[in-house]
Design a protein around this ligand. Structure first.
Ligand SMILES: NC(=O)c1ccc[n+]([C@@H]2O[C@H](COP(=O)([O-])OP(=O)(O)OC[C@H]3O[C@@H](n4cnc5c(N)ncnc54)[C@H](O)[C@@H]3O)[C@@H](O)[C@H]2O)c1
Ligand SMILES: [Zn+2]
Ligand SMILES: [Zn+2]
Length: 371
């Protein structure tokens, strides 16, 4: 948790006192209060630990998880917290122990903060870093602000080369590694497979994009929003199903000659969608859960016990970020296609309205630019 410690008086690499680089000591940020959000004045973050960096935000976005926070679903987020865990920016100052970055460098911010040294980090499980994990915009102040403090900057930031498309790179903070690691890798998608992706939100669509690294033969997308399903078709889904109008289980079993799918990926986070995955999984298949669940789910062992299936869960580790970065840079992956709306950072409250009414507004990812 953030504390009001006295700033550590350190010198940065340029030999300047770290906390005196910028004259203004306040900034604007999107702040969570129970039952409401507000664009408010907050103190500009300062270096607290020598491994910290303060980053000036250039572009950020809103995540489905932020909507959960605003509804009060995430009890670790307390009154006064600055929200947001995705973005790109420019290093404003660094602590003395930061060696990979200097003032002026453009960086991608990972939604997962990691020390790189603890037992979990050594196992490439950054999500469970003993001093990090998902803390940004949760246990410490986040990215929907003019500036953000990033702990363990060397391991939690990635350098952006000159000339890169920074809007596209915002999709690498969270949704692409989440879809790829929790969905595609855990789901063991292989060439020729038949896969089902339940949920066509930004995460489900990130699964759709990254699953195609492995050339599955059939990709069935299930959602209740026809606009998102239409987007999925243009992103490579071979079949789409609106589960409000159609019996998804029957349709998928028919489509697979009653065999079921090789991989079923849950990207919603409600009992009905996990149970759909259980109903459509084929023998030897993999159910890969991504959704954040608030309620218990029925596990149908009476049908699953003999079917040689595996079920996985995962909080994104973001260990695939450097690899995904290369695929975006090369144009192999085009996450910019997920961006539907653009706002100035100071219009963030309006952007929440748009993102919160995604079906009506045909919204996927919104980009907020700090000008
Ligand atoms: N495991 C992780 O590390 C991790 C990381 C990020 C997000 N998440 C979670 O992934 C999930 C998806 O995120 P998102 O940003 O795409 O969310 P989102 O809310 O934008 O998308 C969810 C989609 O599910 C659809 N849906 C809702 N109920 C449905 C139903 N009964 N049947 C079929 N479709 C239904 C909605 O129409 C929507 O398109 C969320 O639960 C989010 O919290 C998990
Ligand atoms: Zn997120
Ligand atoms: Zn760690």
């Amino acid at each position: 948790m953030e504390t009001l410690e006295t700033p550590i008086k350190k010198e940065n690499k340029n030999g300047n006192p770290a906390e005196n680089n910028n004259s203004s000591t306040t900034m604007k940020a999107l702040v969570y209060h129970p039952g409401k959000k507000a664009w408010e004045d907050k103190p500009k973050p300062i270096i607290k630990e020598p491994t910290d960096a303060v980053v000036k935000i250039l572009k950020t976005t809103i995540c489905g998880t932020d909507l959960h926070i605003m509804k009060g679903d995430v009890p670790t987020v307390t009154d006064g917290r600055i929200i947001g865990h995705e973005g790109v920016g420019i290093i404003d100052e660094v602590g003395n122990a930061v060696t990979n970055f200097k003032k002026g460098d453009h960086v991608l911010i990972s939604c997962i903060t990691s020390c790189g040294k603890c037992e979990y980090c050594k196992k490439a499980m950054y999500s469970h870093c003993v001093k990090g994990g998902w803390i940004l915009g949760n246990l410490i102040d986040g990215c929907q602000a003019e500036f953000v403090r990033i702990p363990f900057a060397d391991n939690s930031l990635y350098p952006i080369p000159e000339g890169a498309d920074e809007e596209a790179l915002v999709m690498l903070s969270d949704i692409l590694p989440t879809g790829f690691e929790c969905g595609v890798l855990n789901g063991q998608v292989k060439p020729g497979d038949t896969i089902a992706i339940v949920g066509a939100g930004p995460i489900g669509l990130a699964v759709l994009l990254t699953s195609q690294f492995y050339s599955p033969a059939v990709i069935i997308m299930i959602d209740q929003d026809d606009n998102r399903l239409n987007v999925a078709k243009t992103f490579g889904a071979t079949h789409t199903l609106n589960s409000t109008n159609e019996n998804a289980t029957e349709k998928i079993m028919k489509l697979t000659n009653d065999k079921g799918v090789d991989t079923a990926i849950e990207a919603v986070g409600v009992p009905a969608t996990f149970e759909l995955c259980e109903a459509i999984i084929g023998a030897g298949g993999h159910i890969a859960n991504i959704g954040v669940h608030g309620k218990s789910v029925n596990l149908h062992m009476e049908t699953l016990w003999s079917r040689n299936i595996s079920i996985t869960t995962r909080l994104v580790d973001t260990v695939s970020t450097p690899m995904l970065f290369k695929t975006v840079q090369s144009g192999k992956l085009e996450p910019k296609k997920l961006i539907t709306h653009r706002f100035k950072l100071e219009q963030v409250v309006e952007a929440y309205e748009t993102f919160g009414n995604a079906a009506k507004e045909k919204a996927l990812k919104v980009i907020l630019t700090n000008e």
